[in-house]
Each structure stands twice: as structure tokens, then as C-alpha cells.
Design a binder for this molecule. Structure first.
Ligand code: DC
Length: 215
């Protein structure tokens, strides 16, 4: 059974950069599940499907032959062979993704797709519900967070204006698989820590847990 390192946490808690570094350290495949939700949101926008229309969005999922490919240990979700790397980061896509991520049928569909990533071997998967809903049995769960003011500052520094308080609310209050600390997760509040320090905490803990498994 492949190893899955699950990294969940709030927006702008440094999940993506940290998860990439951890994946590189272990030689595992990195998966950004936020990008998967964003790709679906973008696909809906292009097709002029209203993100609020749950039935229509669910129908898009059903009809969509999405494909996952592994390029240099990073999984990409393609739309009819196209990789919308930049398009999924626009403010329109960001606004739409929070709506479709609250759709229970979309989450069920994503769960199957995300679990199918085991085909790529050992994984570092980051998101909001990886340790709670997608791979709840993994021994390697982490939860990243930092105070709202610090996370807002990081987003500003990246040139992105986003209401993180609103995003925190929609991520943690939705009925279906809300953002929560998974049972057994190591919680890291990385205020004042560099990405290197946060990554090292995770790497050390994974080594410790891997070692503990051998006995
Ligand atoms: O991490 P991100 O900002 O790219 O995520 C985009 C949106 O998708 C955000 O509103 C949270 C949601 N999301 C989710 O609900 N579950 C995941 N596993 C990953 C992201």
C-alpha cells in the first residue's frame, strides 16, 4: 500500500510550498487538490455553467472525461487534454471554486478521483479534507495554520487580494467534509516559521512515524 502524507490547513497557511518540498525530499508525487477543485470551477465557467446550480455542476462532472497525468512527480488535471495552469488562479475562478467545493456530489466525485491517485504510488496530497475524508487511515497527517492577520499579509505579499476570513468561514462551515483537524494529525502553527522550518518539522515527523512502524 503506498504511503500518503496528508497536509490540510487553512488558506495561505503555506500548504502548497511546504507540500512540494516534502514531496521532493521523499521522492513522492505531489498533488494539489485545491487545483483540482479550481480546474472544475474553471471548466464550469468556460461552459457557462452557473456554479450555484448544483444539478448542472454535477452533470458537468458526470459528463467530463477528466484525466490525471503525472509530470515530474506532480499530478495535473487536464480538461480535454489541456492544462489550465494559470487560468484556475483568476479571481473569477477563486470566487466560483468556493461555491462548487460546497456541493456534496462534487465532493463525492472528487473523492473517487483523489483516491485514484494511488495509481501514482507514494503521495503528498494537500487540501482541506485529505486526512479526514480522502485518506482517513493514513498515519501521516498534518494540519497547518497561522493567525488570520499573518495569512492575510502573505496573500498581500503574493499580490492577491482575498477575503481570507470569508474563505475560512466557507471552508470550515460547509456541511460536507468541512475543514477540520484530523484525528492523529500533527498541528503546526507556522507563524514566525520559514517554509524550510515548517517543511523540516513535517519531514522529521514522517521519518519518526516511518521508523515507529518498523517495530
Ligand atoms: O487551496 P486552494 O485555495 O487552491 O483551494 C481552492 C478552494 O477549494 C478553497 O475554497 C477550498 C477548496 N478545497 C476544498 O474544499 N477541499 C480540498 N481538498 C481542497 C480545496
Amino acid at each position: 500500500m503506498p504511503i500518503v502524507i496528508a497536509i490540510d490547513g487553512t488558506s495561505a497557511s503555506g500548504k502548497s510550498t511546504t507540500a512540494r518540498r516534502v514531496a521532493k525530499h521523499f521522492g513522492y508525487t505531489y498533488i494539489d487538490t485545491g487545483a483540482m477543485y479550481r480546474t472544475l470551477a474553471w471548466h464550469c465557467l468556460v461552459r457557462q455553467t452557473d456554479p450555484h446550480d448544483e444539478k448542472a455542476v454535477t452533470a458537468v462532472c458526470r459528463k467530463w472525461k477528466s484525466s490525471l497525468v503525472n509530470v515530474d512527480h506532480q499530478v495535473r488535471m487536464l480538461v480535454e487534454g489541456y492544462y489550465p495552469e494559470k487560468e484556475i488562479r483568476t479571481s473569477e475562478a477563486s470566487a466560483a471554486v468556493a461555491i462548487i467545493a460546497a456541493n456534496t456530489k462534487v465532493r463525492d466525485w472528487m473523492k473517487t478521483l483523489q483516491q485514484s491517485c494511488l495509481q501514482f504510488g507514494d503521495l503528498v496530497m494537500e487540501g482541506r479534507d485529505i486526512g479526514t475524508a480522502i485518506f482517513p487511515d493514513t498515519d501521516f497527517k498534518f494540519y497547518l495554520d497561522a493567525p488570520l492577520a499573518e495569512r492575510s499579509k502573505r496573500r498581500w505579499a503574493d499580490g492577491v487580494q482575498e477575503d481570507l476570513a470569508k474563505r475560512d468561514h466557507s471552508d470550515s462551515q460547509r456541511a460536507s467534509n468541512p475543514l477540520m483537524i484530523a484525528l492523529g494529525a500533527m498541528v503546526i502553527n507556522n507563524a514566525g516559521l520559514t517554509i524550510e522550518q515548517t517543511s523540516q518539522l513535517i519531514i522529521d515527523e514522517v521519518h519518526r512515524r516511518l521508523e515507529a512502524r518498523r517495530y
